[in-house]
Structure formats: C-alpha cells, structure tokens
Design a protein around this ligand. Structure first.
Ligand SMILES: NC(=O)c1ccc[n+]([C@@H]2O[C@H](COP(=O)([O-])OP(=O)(O)OC[C@H]3O[C@@H](n4cnc5c(N)ncnc54)[C@H](OP(=O)(O)O)[C@@H]3O)[C@@H](O)[C@H]2O)c1
Length: 334
C-alpha cells in the first residue's frame, strides 16, 4: 500500500530535491500533495514523468489527511503548521530547526538512531552540516568514544535555499562582467569571497552564530553526549552545492589511522575517499548529487593525545536534508 504524502515547501531547494527523490527512489505513493506559500498556490511544480503538480495553499484538513508530511519551508512555517499536521494520524518529518531541541522530539539520522522513529507523530531531521559531520563521527565514536570536537565548515550557497544559490550565480556573473555586485540574501558578497557568518550571531553564546551552536547542540543530541565539548566556525564559501567540514576529533580510547579508515570505510552512508598519493580526497563537486557522504584526509592530530583530523564533503540538499527526511519515512514504512 502506498502513502498519502504532503510536501510543504515544494518549490524550495529542499522541496525540489525531495520531489526528485520520491520519484527516483520509487517511494510508494497513493497521493502526492504539494504546498507552497499563499503567493504560489494555484501554480505548479514539475513532477518527473507525469503532469506537473498543482501547488496548494496550506490548510489543516489537507495536512491531516496525509500519512507522511514533509516540512521543508522554514522554522516559522513549521511552528505554525506542524501542530495542525500532528492532529492527523500520520508521521510528520520536519527539516527545519523548529522542534529539534524539544527533548521529546527524536532527532534522527537513520544510520545512527533509526530505532527512535515512531510510527506516527513528529521526527526532526537535523541541520545539514551536523548530519554530514555526525554521520562521519558515528563509527569512530562507536569504537573509541568521542570526548572533544572542533569543526570548521565550508558551506555552499544553496544551504541558504534557492535564493542563496540564485544570488551566488548572479553575483559571479556580475563580477566577471565588471558590473556592480548586488547583495540581498547574504550579509556580504559571496562571489570570490568567504565569510564566517552563517545564520545570526548569538550574544548569549559568546557571539557564536546559530549555525555554529546548531552543530554543537545537535551533535550532542544525536550522539547522546550531552556534555561534549564542541566548537565550530561555520563559513560560507562560493560553492553552489555540497557542504564540507574540517573535523578535529579527540577520543577516550586510542584509535590508529588505519583503524579509523577501516571504521569509516564500513560506516553506513559514508564513502572513504582517501588516497593522498593519488590526490584523492572529498570535494563538494564530487559529493554533489551523491547519496553518500565523502570522508578522507584521515590523519593523526599531533596537537593532542588521541586525536584524529578528517575532511568531510556531502550534498547538504540530499543527505543533509531531503534524502535524510525520505530515509526516515522509508524506515517508518518497514
Ligand atoms: N537548503 C539546505 O541545504 C537545507 C538543508 C537542511 C535543512 N534545510 C531546511 O529546510 C527548510 C527549507 O529550506 P530551503 O533551503 O529549501 O528553502 P527555500 O529554497 O528558501 O524554500 C522555502 C520554501 O518554503 C516555502 N514557503 C515559504 N513561506 C511559506 C508559507 N508561508 N507557507 C508555505 N510555504 C512557504 C516556499 O514557497 P514559495 O516558493 O511559495 O515561497 C519554498 O517552497 C528550512 O527550514 C531549512 O533550514 C535546508
């Protein structure tokens, strides 16, 4: 039997990716409802192989009638509409940050904690960067227990949604043509630039950004390490798609580089790309469009007793968002 699926935010970067994945992964569908903002209602989105789908305005009855509802329209929309969807009998999978920190809401990466997926109710899918980093850390943590984490990220423009990607493209074209570069969505020009500013600054967290704190809060919840010392610097880079991270992890037990490589090569959802002699390592271009998160540059961190350094690249629109959300649904269907 198929599911009655609702996709909220179907015109956005994550929603579009999700529609593609529903098709390519042949997700069993009895019905597919797509929702956009009130301004988009009545318009349409392409649906591979069939007629375009008509966008609906959000309405409680339509959400309640769905057995699987994917929210990919931002935290504000989720805060208003997830409670309405939960009045139905279905499973609601939220890709926004709205409910991730509620203790009773499971935060799920199926490769890590599929057992927490309920038959109905709410599941949160983690922040995109956190998903990629936590997936890479999980097999190492299982072997040697993570005790400290330092991360620097390199985040693509599409992490800021369809508008972010469009802005990078327009800025790059303008800069190359010697024209004025317009900044609307990002805090600075992104073309030919990088800036350590993803999401807003939080004075109460010593001026870390919200993105940096998401990485801390969500890694702790996902790995069940509530006291994990963790610091991140999240940087936007002029890459279209796929986030990367330089990860420095310290462990309670000794773990050789060879043991770490073995654990990563066998890690679900991961692909080890680590051959320095052949200049093989993860890059966002290679990670784009792939389901697996790429991990490489695995080496000892000589600055501490039991530390490892690694580099991770993963498609944040797939495993970092749409694919993870769909895998949660697929797991619930079993
Ligand atoms: N981009 C990523 O890499 C990524 C990764 C992980 C998680 N996420 C999370 O996923 C969510 C979506 O992100 P995105 O990057 O796909 O954003 P996006 O490209 O900006 O798309 C936003 C979507 O939300 C819809 N929307 C806006 N206001 C609405 C309203 N009042 N009612 C119904 N729909 C509304 C938009 O529809 P209209 O076209 O009609 O305006 C659009 O479909 C966010 O919570 C984000 O944090 C994003």
């Amino acid at each position: 039997m198929g599911q009655r699926v609702g996709v909220v935010g179907a015109t956005g970067a994550v929603g579009q990716e999700l529609l593609g994945l529903l098709h390519t992964r042949a997700y069993p569908l009895d019905a597919l409802h797509v929702f956009g903002s009130p301004a988009s209602a009545g318009g349409s989105v392409p649906w591979p192989g069939r007629e375009p789908l008509t966008l609906e305005a959000l309405e409680a009855g339509a959400l309640r009638a769905c057995s699987r509802v994917f929210f990919c329209a931002g935290a504000e929309v989720s805060r208003t509409w997830v409670p309405r969807a939960l009045e139905g009998e279905g499973l609601v999978i939220d890709s926004s940050s709205a409910f991730r920190y509620e203790p009773e809401v499971p935060l799920v990466i199926p490769e890590l904690n599929a057992a927490e997926i309920p038959a109905r109710g709410l599941v949160a899918s983690p922040n995109c960067t956190t998903t990629l980093v936590a997936l890479a850390l999980a097999p190492l943590h299982r072997r040697a227990r993570l005790t400290r984490l330092v991360v620097a990220t390199y985040q693509a423009a599409s992490g800021a949604g369809a508008a972010g990607l469009a802005e990078l493209t327009a800025q790059t074209r303008a800069a190359l043509a010697g024209e004025e570069v317009h900044v609307e969505h990002f805090p600075r020009p992104l073309a030919f630039n990088v800036f350590p500013h993803v999401d807003g600054f939080l004075p109460e967290e010593g001026w870390a950004t919200r993105e940096e704190m998401k990485l801390t809060w969500e890694t702790r919840k996902l790995l069940d390490l509530p006291e994990l010392p963790c610091v991140a610097t999240c940087v936007r880079v002029p890459v279209q798609r796929a986030h990367s991270a330089a990860v420095f992890a310290e462990f309670a037990e000794a773990l050789t580089v060879e043991q770490a490589r073995e654990a990563l090569a066998a890690g679900p959802g991961l692909r080890l790309v680590d051959d320095p002699q052949a200049a093989r390592y993860p890059t966002p271009l290679e990670a784009s469009g792939a389901d697996a998160v790429l991990v490489g540059r695995v080496r000892k961190d000589p600055s501490c007793a039991r530390g490892l350094a690694l580099f991770v690249s993963g498609d944040q629109l797939r495993k970092g968002a749409a694919l993870n959300a769909l895998q949660i649904a697929e797991q619930a269907d079993r």
